[in-house]
Design a binder for this molecule. Structure first.
Ligand SMILES: *Cc1c(COP(=O)(O)O)cnc(C)c1O
Length: 377
């Protein structure tokens, strides 16, 4: 089945007792055993370990990414932690230098005591990746397009380097989502998502997941991550799972609109004298366009960043003049957002001071462009 159909039907088993077309929300934290105290086959026991709404969601997430098993978490950060945790102590991770800021913070702040170390490299420079490999390198973490500069990593090329050294490759596919990039088809071992973003799509659910490729359920990695979820307990509530499944029903119709709007807005912004550069892999002028064209499917996503002529003040002033684009963090929702990353990330930020990150929503594109036109005046 195609992604549009999977988004609606995967994991949706309705409710056989009532005939409900939409699966019911089951809030109960505990489930009754048989009269003799034995466990009823197919029935859940305790909701941290498993529950019907989480199972339905995980089935949908696995299907969308073309994986065998998805493991849902209370946030993208918890999902990322589960992968780092699975490596064990005295492990080394190679990360992109342009990356979702808090991914690296997990290693530097939370896992440093654990013996986990990392090296940040420009993932578009394959020789830099090779140079960063150490004896205890266990994982290469890819994020493409990257945050906030929209660098495109050639996933197949990274996988080739990693496979030769028996190193695992994980991909944070939050920005592209399987609509625009299919990491498993490119050889990646594990996919992570912040489902808070495009999967949720409405800026009202926090969540994350880890997905394992086909033929890997019951693998050592799958078991470790499942245990981190069920024993560690950073689980999404049944209501969040139910909401996310509902949001995913319209995922495949939202994504093309994000991408079409982003392409038109990027083209418009590139021609404006107030703009120094537009980072959007769909633009022919973009330095990563060739790799993006080879690797991405159905378009180039809904994220971009712009470098405003001037510095922080000029960027902030532009963001404040916009009326439809809300000045707020996060991304992937139906509404357009804009954010000055440097001031958000703090003193360790590597984001340029004149960079604004834009999450292009699914409003009418003419209104979005008109909003920038009035702000430039
Ligand atoms: C938001 C985000 C995360 C973190 O997810 P949370 O749901 O906020 O914990 C990780 N990676 C990327 C690329 C993100 O955009």
């Amino acid at each position: 089945m195609k992604i549009e159909t999977l988004a609606i039907h995967a994991g949706n088993h309705g409710d056989p007792t009532t005939g409900a077309v939409v699966p019911p929300l089951i809030l109960s934290t505990t489930f009754e055993r048989a009269a003799d105290g034995s466990i009823v086959e197919g029935r859940d026991i305790y909701t941290r370990a498993s529950n019907p709404n989480r199972r339905a969601l995980e089935e949908k997430l696995a299907a969308l990414e073309g994986g065998s098993e998805a493991i849902a978490f209370a946030s993208g950060q918890a999902a990322t932690m589960s992968v780092f945790h699975s490596l064990g102590g005295n492990s080394h991770v190679i990360l992109p230098d342009d990356i979702y800021y808090n991914t690296k913070v997990i290693i530097d702040n939370l896992y440093a005591n654990f013996g986990l170390t990392c090296t940040a490299v420009d993932m578009t420079d394959l020789s830099a990746i090779k140079r960063a490999i150490k004896k205890n390198t266990k994982l290469i973490w890819v994020e493409t397009p990257s945050n906030p500069s929209l660098k495109i990593t050639d996933i197949q090329a990274v996988v080739k380097i990693a496979k030769a050294k028996n190193i695992m490759v994980a991909c944070d596919n939050t920005w592209a989502t399987p609509f625009f990039t299919r990491p498993f088809e490119l050889g990646v071992d594990v996919v992570m998502h912040s489902t808070t973003k495009y999967f949720g799509g409405h800026s009202d659910i926090l969540g994350g997941c880890v997905i394992l490729p086909a033929d890997s359920s019951q693998s050592d990695l799958a078991n470790k991550i499942r245990t981190f979820q069920t024993v560690g307990g950073a689980v999404p509530s049944p209501f969040d799972c139910w909401l996310l499944s509902r949001s995913l029903s319209t995922y495949a119709v939202r994504m093309p609109v994000h991408a079409q709007n982003a392409m038109k807005l990027a083209t418009f912004l590139e021609a404006q004298p107030q703009i120094e550069k537009v980072n959007y892999p769909g633009l022919k002028s973009n330095e990563y366009h060739k790799v993006a064209k080879k690797q991405m499917t159905n378009g180039y996503g809904g994220m971009m960043s712009i470098l405003v002529k001037g510095g922080q003040n000029e960027s902030m002033a532009l963001a404040s003049k916009l009326k439809i684009f809300k000045h707020a963090t996060s991304l992937g929702g139906v509404e357009s957002l804009i954010e000055h990353r440097y001031s958000v990330e703090g003193i360790h930020s590597t984001s340029p001071e004149n960079l604004l990150r834009i999450s292009v929503g699914i409003e009418n594109i003419d209104d979005l462009i008109a909003d920038f036109e009035q702000a430039f005046q």
